[in-house]
Design a protein. Structure first.
Length: 494
């Protein structure tokens, strides 16, 4: 028993001692670590690299002293020096924000495009210039800082463009380089030249406007296909040469492939007038089949509609018959029920009228370019077409504040209702990136609204990425419609 008490006391000493150590460290390092986090959040490593490095040196030194059990005086001295340099860093960050705003924007865009991986040399060059600009800013030479910052911005923009080109053209370039190594030009010169032409066209489009990438993406795919086509032609021709195929053999092979298609359509084509006559015959057969299919589909649709209508009529007659049977059994109860139903119907009609008047009252708030109002049952969806974001961005530009003010007016017309901000993207980019981007955009709108109006319950946000398109992602117009913010209001009517 005595031994147990001794062990218990030792455990208590160890536990309370550890707790005291944690409290001491918190008291010593809280302020310096808060300054460190602020400096990092404000790009202190870029705007004031020298001061940031010194601050980190003293911070590391203080940690080392603490771990080794040095005197509190030595620890506090290192922490004090670290705090002093972090404070200098934060002061320089304010100046850096104003001086290097375009540089940091270029750096962010380049990083988002994957410049670290796809344009490493240009990225590192930009980082070197940016560090030099920060050092000049620290030394008080604002003119030199701006000059170095300009060089950094140019490097970042070049890196961004190279990364975008790499993202779009890498598959095509790999095939084109392979085609050159295989000397494809001797057998498929025209096809290979066309692939290079399209690839250069993509580069020109991206150089002219790197952010309008829809057409460039499609052309890059075409360049890839044509490059692969040229390699296929080269290999096929080389094999024909090995097999000593004559021109007659090659034409007969082509006719054989076309005949397979004709047989699948129930046709018996001939090639006495060459390939063209057979192709035209196949085309006519396909048009006739498509026309017949369209007619059959329309007839089927009409028949289905008729069946649905008749079924509805039968169901309605059954309900009327059941109602008459119940009325004959208990007439007085039925009369009372009818009175109650009449009152309930009047209440619902009045509520419906109130709903419609409320919706009408804010329809005039938005122009067609700003928003579209969609009804899903009792729910109301405000489709904010006029609210857009920069490429891969989720920050709200000040130009959209007036439109968001109109949105607040609309939401206030539905007090105590649940409001959800939904973010949607098109299909360009990866699923994960689109999901994350849609969530960030929806959350940004929800936070803005909550900060500028008092609502209960709180406004919710939800990102759906590319999973809920309202138009085809195969056209620029469809993708524009799919990149949207939907404000879903679930009214709480009395």
């Amino acid at each position: 028993m005595k031994l147990f008490k001794i062990v218990l006391i030792l455990i208590l000493v160890l536990v309370t001692g550890g707790f005291a150590q944690e409290q001491l460290r918190s008291q010593l390092f809280t302020t310096v670590e808060e300054l460190l986090n602020k400096a990092r959040a404000q790009n202190g490593e870029l705007f004031a690299p020298s001061n940031f490095s010194k601050a980190m040196k003293y911070y590391a030194e203080a940690n080392d002293y603490y771990e080794r059990g040095k005197s509190l005086e030595d620890i506090r001295e290192s922490i004090k020096n670290g705090e002093a340099y972090f404070t200098k860093v934060l002061d320089l960050c304010k100046l850096g924000d104003a001086t290097f705003s375009s540089v940091t924007a270029a750096r962010t865009d380049a990083d988002s495009a994957g410049a670290r991986k796809h344009a490493t040399e240009l990225w590192e060059k930009g980082e070197k210039y940016f560090q030099s600009a920060g050092e000049e800013l620290e030394s008080g030479s604002l003119a030199n800082a701006k000059e170095e910052g300009k060089k950094a911005e140019e490097s970042y923009r070049s890196a961004e463009l190279e990364a975008i080109k790499a993202n779009y053209l890498s598959p095509a370039r790999e095939l084109l380089n392979r085609a050159d190594e295989m000397d494809v030009v001797k057998n498929a010169q025209k096809t290979l030249q066309n692939a290079w032409r399209v690839a250069r066209q993509v580069e020109g489009m991206l150089k002219g406007n790197r952010y309008d990438t829809d057409e460039a993406r499609q052309l890059a795919q075409e360049a890839k296909i044509e490059a692969a086509h040229s390699i296929h032609l080269h290999r096929t021709i080389e094999q024909y040469k090995i097999d000593e195929k004559s021109l007659e053999d090659i034409i007969l092979i082509a006719e054989g492939e076309i005949k397979k298609i004709a047989v699948s359509l129930g046709l018996n084509v001939h090639f006495d007038n060459g390939l063209t006559g057979a192709v035209i015959e196949i085309q006519n057969a396909l048009k006739e089949r498509d026309s017949k299919s369209a007619g059959d589909a329309e007839a089927s649709r009409l028949a289905n509609e008729t069946i649905k209508q008749k079924n509805a009529e039968i169901e309605n007659l059954k309900k009327q018959n059941d109602l008459m049977v119940r009325r004959l059994g208990t007439l007085s109860d039925a009369e009372k029920k009818l009175q109650d139903e009449g009152k309930e119907l009047q209440r619902k009609l009045a509520l419906k009228h109130e709903q419609e008047e409320t919706v009408k009252s804010f329809l005039s708030l938005f122009t067609e370019q700003e928003a579209n109002i969609v009804r899903e049952g009792d729910n109301i969806i405000i489709r904010m077409y006029g609210l857009t974001f920069g490429v891969a961005k989720s920050s709200i530009e000040s130009e959209f504040y007036p439109l968001l003010a109109k949105l607040q007016q609309a939401i206030r017309k539905f007090p105590s209702s649940q409001v959800t901000i939904e973010g949607h993207t098109d299909s360009q980019g990866s699923d994960d990136a689109n999901q994350t981007l849609s969530e960030k955009r929806a959350n940004a709108i929800a936070e803005y609204l909550m900060a500028n109006m008092s609502v209960d319950p709180p406004i919710m946000s939800q990102g759906y990425g590319e999973s809920r398109p309202i138009a085809s992602n195969d056209t620029p117009e469809g993708r524009t419609k799919n990149r949207r913010i939907d404000v879903v209001i679930v009214p709480q009517w009395k």
